[in-house]
Write a protein that binds this ligand. Structure first.
Ligand code: NAD
Length: 337
């Protein structure tokens, strides 16, 4: 099946899709991949008339300016032109750096994303945000660069460690709360329907980003659970998995929203039940002052105050601003009770 992201590009979803990636281009391709995907990168390269594999360091170590510079040198050596292609094959770290490399080479060439983790499938590879980590911080340097196409090959999930599935589920649950109640029902039923959850989650993200390609107000709703989640990641020096941080972030915003009268007790409980049912955490017992400080520095804040995306019911988002530190502390304490 395939999902259109506005009229920009398609996200193809299914098993065995790696064999179809080369259909997107007849020109030269650079296949940027993580070490664990070497054999798949070589198989993919064989489908193009001219393609090169480009292995990068694993995870966040692959998202650096040094890696991008090495890739640009290589593209120059092989005479890559405007009509050639970069493929990002790997988790979100790879799709981010591959997109960034493509965004700047000759001021932008095509990138095809082939996400291989659950998180990258439902989130990182869709939407056109690319980025690298620098001394100034994580993801502060990047560009909006829409992919030419995205291939979500479900076969990659077979080798993915269980904790990566659990972490990626947080973003799926998030899209359930902001935009598709059926996602929540599937989790509540306990049915094993991961492909449908992936499709539905991508459909929500596609709908949102198509309406707001450059992240102004609408796209912000994808940040549900992320304000507190980013603070946890920062305080924990990025040793926490993103999905786990987003999960406690959703627990926090649900408690805060309940305290502010935005959601009723059953909807708060629905958050907690679904998040725990997949093995994600709903508590974070760190230092509140450090978290508060981190939240005030979140790059998504506008005009100073901390700004949360909240819901009033499933699929109905709003903003929560102007909370005092004591109100936030009360939600934090309720979360950890
Ligand atoms: N651009 C965006 O909109 C966006 C959104 C969310 C996250 N991100 C970025 O995504 C990154 C996190 O993505 P991630 O969680 O996929 O991390 P990751 O890319 O580091 O991958 C996690 C681990 O899984 C391994 N792996 C990948 N595919 C595999 C497979 N099929 N089988 C077995 N192992 C496999 C990788 O080698 C790595 O060790 C962060 O850098 C984050 O900033 C970007």
């Amino acid at each position: 099946m395939s999902i259109a992201v506005g009229d920009s590009y398609h996200v193809h979803i299914g098993a065995g899709l790696l064999d179809r990636v080369a259909e997107t281009a007849t020109n030269k391709a650079l296949i940027v991949h993580q070490p664990v995907l070497r054999s798949q990168a070589e198989a993919l390269a064989a489908q193009f008339s001219e393609a090169y594999t480009f292995e990068i360091p694993d995870a966040e170590d692959g998202k650096t300016l040094g890696v991008a510079e090495r890739a640009w040198d290589f593209l120059g050596e092989k005479n890559f032109s405007r009509s050639d292609l970069v493929v990002g094959l790997g988790g979100g770290a790879t799709t981010d750096i591959a997109g960034f490399i493509a965004s700047a080479w000759m001021r932008g060439i095509r990138v095809v994303q082939v996400p291989t983790t659950l998180l990258a499938m439902v989130d990182a590879a869709v939407g056109g945000k690319t980025g690298i980590n620098t001394a100034a911080g994580k993801n502060l340097v990047g560009a909006f660069h829409e992919p030419h196409a995205v291939y979500v090959d479900l076969d990659f999930l077979k080798t993915l460690p269980e904790e990566e599935i659990i972490s990626g589920s947080a973003e799926i649950i998030k899209t359930g709360f902001i935009g598709d109640e059926e996602i929540l029902r599937i989790y509540e039923s306990g049915e094993d329907k991961l492909p449908e959850l992936i499709e539905r989650s991508i459909a929500v993200k596609a709908r949102v980003v198509a309406a707001d390609l450059k992240e102004s107000s609408l796209r912000e709703i994808l940040n549900y659970g992320h304000t507190f989640g980013h603070a946890v990641e920062l305080v924990e020096n990025y040793r926490w998995r993103h999905g786990n941080a987003v999960a406690v972030g959703m627990s926090f915003i649900a408690h805060l929203s309940h305290q502010q009268g935005l959601i009723d007790a059953p909807l708060l409980q629905r958050h907690l039940d679904i998040i725990t049912s997949v093995g994600l955490p709903i508590r974070y017992e760190g230092d509140f002052d450090a978290l508060y400080e981190a939240m005030t520095r979140d790059k998504k804040n506008r005009g100073g105050g901390i700004r949360f995306v909240a819901i009033t019911q499933v699929g109905k988002t709003t903003r929560l601003e102007g909370m005092t530190k004591e109100q936030l502390r009360a939600a934090f304490e309720a979360m950890n009770q």
